[in-house]
Design a protein around this ligand. Structure first.
Ligand code: XIL
Length: 380
């Protein structure tokens, strides 16, 4: 009899434990779920949407910018070299290549496991002087073969995406009279993409340009995509640089462009995003950028700090742009900012030297700005 009581008691305790013990455990699980894991960085928050990249300069590649390196680790999962892979730096003489910084850049990308971009193989700007002495299309083809095979071959499997041709278009959608075009006509585009694909068949290949939201230039970019595809050549991405301002391009123009490139059968990358808050000399009647605006208070209105109202305007602009990117995340591969923070942005020196611009998400002390929080808020 005593045994039966003991057995019933044990059973009772077991039932109690099952009921309340598990409840406790459940509660713990639920409350753990209720507290969202600490949001860490843009890259983490946008990991299911697209890569978040930054253009990095030589100070960062040489590890002289420790705060920049920290930001790179927490916020970004893709990198683009701001200057060091451009022709004049990587291939300064016909027989001379300089791989010291590009090697360090690619090592950095491998160590951080970043999606690593090569910028850029064929571009009329920041070109080595000697290329302008090339005589004819036969020699140009040999030069391009050597340039692309050597560079893409060296980083095969390490550079994930190449900006194969940069800024080949005029504003009206026609091809720019670069040294490449003058010697070979539109053929040079085909050579570039063909050579890049042969040198690394796995790498993503991009045509990259600015103002690709303008309908005429957009049509030009789409005809490049068609030309290459018709020839059976590989082109994976159109890179819209994204050097934008507080008002333009409109969200409608950006959206129409994303859709147009998607319909042409390529992915879209936003490759050089920054939003200037300063007046643009081209908007002034009769203004010539070659005119000297340096030192003009009107053209450099915020030398000390950005007023709250403009800070807010920038945050709203970034938020609406990222909202649109999220809407079309299936078409967008990567969004890369052109620089890490306001202090290192090229827009402090272009198109007018010595200005104080505020175009990025991190301020001069590498602190997140209101615009950073507005972009992050879309994911929380
Ligand atoms: C810019 C760099 O940011 C500057 O440091 C350099 O002096 C000039 O070039 N389009 C491009 C980029 O494809 O390579 C340019 O980068 C900005 C415009």
């Amino acid at each position: 009899m005593v045994h039966i009581y003991r057995l019933l008691y044990a059973l009772f305790v077991l039932i109690l434990f099952t009921l309340f013990g598990c409840k406790e455990y459940d509660k713990k699980l639920t409350s753990e779920k209720e507290i969202p894991s600490k949001p860490i960085g843009l890259k983490q928050n946008y990991k299911d949407d697209f890569f978040i990249g930054a253009a990095i300069n030589h100070a960062l590649i040489e590890k002289r910018d420790s705060l920049g390196l920290e930001l790179l680790e927490t916020e970004f999962n893709s990198i683009t070299p701001e200057n060091i892979m451009k022709w004049m730096h990587i291939h300064p003489g016909k027989e001379v290549y300089d791989f010291s910084l590009p090697d360090a850049y690619v090592d950095l990308g491998e160590r951080h496991q970043h999606f690593t971009v090569g910028h850029t193989l064929v571009w009329h700007s920041q070109l080595a002087e000697w290329v302008t002495e090339v005589k004819d299309s036969t020699e140009l083809k040999e030069v391009m073969e050597d340039h692309i095979n050597t560079i893409v071959g060296r980083y095969k499997g390490k550079i994930d995406s190449w900006d194969v041709v940069n800024e080949a278009l005029n504003e009206d959608g026609s091809l720019r009279e670069s040294v490449f075009y003058e010697l070979a006509g539109e053929k040079y585009l085909e050579w570039a993409f063909e050579l890049a694909a042969e040198a690394d068949p796995e790498a993503q290949l991009t045509y990259n340009d600015y103002n690709l939201t303008n309908p005429e230039k957009r049509a030009g970019a789409i005809s490049i995509v068609k030309q290459l595809k018709d020839k059976g050549l590989k082109i994976d991405v159109v890179g819209m640089q994204g050097h934008w301002n507080l008002k333009g391009p409109s969200l409608k123009e950006i959206e129409e462009s994303i859709l147009a490139y998607h319909n042409a059968g390529v992915k879209v990358a936003i490759t050089e995003l920054d939003i200037t808050v300063l007046p643009n000399p081209w908007d002034l009647e009769g203004a010539e950028v070659s005119q000297n605006f340096e030192g003009s208070e009107f053209m450099n209105p915020y030398p000390e700090s950005l007023p709250d109202s403009v800070q807010k305007e920038l945050a709203d602009r970034y938020q609406s742009i990222f909202k649109l990117f999220l809407k079309h995340k299936d078409k967008i591969d990567r969004v890369t900012f052109w620089g890490m923070n306001d202090g290192s942005s090229w827009l402090n020196g272009w198109p007018i030297k010595n200005r104080t611009n505020y175009p990025l998400l991190f301020d001069r002390s590498y602190r997140p700005k209101e615009a950073y929080h507005s972009v992050l808020a879309l994911k929380n």
